[in-house]
Design a protein around this ligand. Structure first.
Ligand SMILES: Nc1nc(=O)c2c([nH]1)NC[C@@H]1CN(c3ccc(C(=O)N[C@@H](CCC(=O)O)C(=O)O)cc3)C=[N+]21
Length: 371
């Protein structure tokens, strides 16, 4: 049976607070001494003209501070940049406290099952990041690494088993799935009460329904939820503002538009058939770019003072890097930075917040299981 193999691949929970110090995640340690390392990451995202001015307030002022009071230091190094990595660590700290409390009062350990089918390198990277994040906050993670040739039936059987397991509160099937598997059918199989990705039609449907008295979705998709959390934590006023969402995917664009609509923004969804895209974007007080095209949005499309949330993660060739590539977003960062009042970097922006929201959803799912 394939699940024997899957079980042997089960992730072993490690002690809390052990930094998963791999070169790919330099900021996984949370101690104060590490703060300047993290700030260095932000500094790398800044145009050179800004770097000099920020050096003054990036002195190690917080060495004696508790991490709970470190937020101003961590996220406001350059007030224009929304440091998603630091913000995600803050969310993780909050979640770790909740998880500890849950364990102490109810003996409950939140559990997340992550299924990956096939050997896509990018999927493996993301899944590894999710597992490490679970370790940091004390969530038990159960990894299922299934071969490319896994059948639709076997995948569905696994999901049904996870649906009834009391120690699993969230189930995530990493996308994209191999083409011989019908993703929609698979996602519908996940119990909507464990659908921490928020992709189940019942969760998506409830997200899209407006009006009083309706049931809230059990879970909201992690990437758009992370975008909104960034706006909230930066105290961005949304009501009455023009929000433009580039892209209409089920995973990002569409749910992001629904959430902004619920916050009383005037939302415009743009896509490949949109006429005069530049004019639409120039009207945006808040721009969410999720088109999957490297540096697609130039700075001269940005309204002065706009808030720019860049969801894109695109690899572009870069001979100066050891890997041969670097990651860029869907906006041209340097020119958009000049016009924006707030902007998210790539990497270190929406990506880490996506993972933090997955943890949030898993802890919420565990809390709901007590009701
Ligand atoms: N069922 C499912 N749920 C998902 O949430 C899901 C998925 N499938 N398939 C793929 C996309 C992509 N995604 C990312 C999450 C974090 C980073 C992230 O943390 N990125 C780092 C950089 C990572 C790197 O260096 O490669 C950053 O932006 O700083 C990126 C991408 C979740 N996804």
């Amino acid at each position: 049976m394939m699940f024997v193999g899957a079980h042997s691949a089960r992730w072993r929970p490690r002690a809390l607070g052990v930094p998963g110090a791999s070169p790919a995640s330099p900021a996984s340690a949370r101690c104060d001494q590490q703060r300047n390392v993290r700030n260095a990451g932000v500094r790398a995202m800044m145009p050179t003209s800004q770097k000099r001015s920020m050096r003054l307030n990036s002195l190690p002022v917080g060495v004696l501070w508790a991490s709970a009071s470190a937020s101003a230091v961590e996220t406001d190094v350059d007030p224009k940049i929304i440091d998603g990595k630091a913000m995600a660590r803050q969310v993780e700290d909050e979640l770790a406290a909740e998880v500890t409390h849950m364990k102490e009062t109810n003996g409950l350990v939140p559990g997340l099952a992550v299924i990956i089918v096939g050997e896509r390198k990018d999927s493996q990277t993301y899944v590894r990041a999710k597992r490490k994040a679970c370790e940091r906050v004390g969530i038990a993670s159960f990894g299922y690494d299934l071969p490319e040739a896994t059948t639709q039936h076997d995948l569905e059987v696994l999901i049904e088993q996870l649906n009834v397991r009391a120690d699993v509160h969230g189930i995530l099937v990493q996308l994209p799935l191999p083409s011989h598997i019908d993703s929609e059918v698979v996602l519908d199989k996940i119990s909507y009460e464990k659908d921490v990705d928020g992709f189940h039609p019942l969760n998506m449907g409830r997200l899209c329904m407006a009006g009083g008295g309706r049931e809230e979705p059990r879970f909201v998709p992690c990437t758009p939820k992370g975008c909104i959390e960034m706006l909230k934590r930066k105290n961005v006023a949304v009501a009455g503002k023009n929000a433009v969402v580039l892209g209409r995917s089920n995973i990002v664009g569409l749910p992001a538009a629904m959430l902004l609509n619920q916050m009383d923004a005037t939302v415009t969804i743009c896509h490949s058939k949109t006429q005069d895209l530049a004019a639409k974007v120039r009207d945006a007080d808040i721009l969410v770019a999720a088109v999957g095209r490297a540096q697609f949005v130039p700075g001269d499309w940005i309204k002065p003072g706009a808030v720019v949330i860049d969801v894109g993660i695109n690899a572009v060739e870069d001979a100066s890097k050891k890997s041969g590539y670097r990651l860029v977003g869907d906006v041209d960062y340097a020119s958009c930075y000049e016009k924006a009042s707030l902007i998210t970097p790539v990497p270190g922006g929406v990506g880490p917040m996506t993972i933090a929201m997955l943890l949030r959803n898993t802890v919420d799912g565990a809390a709901r299981s007590l009701e």
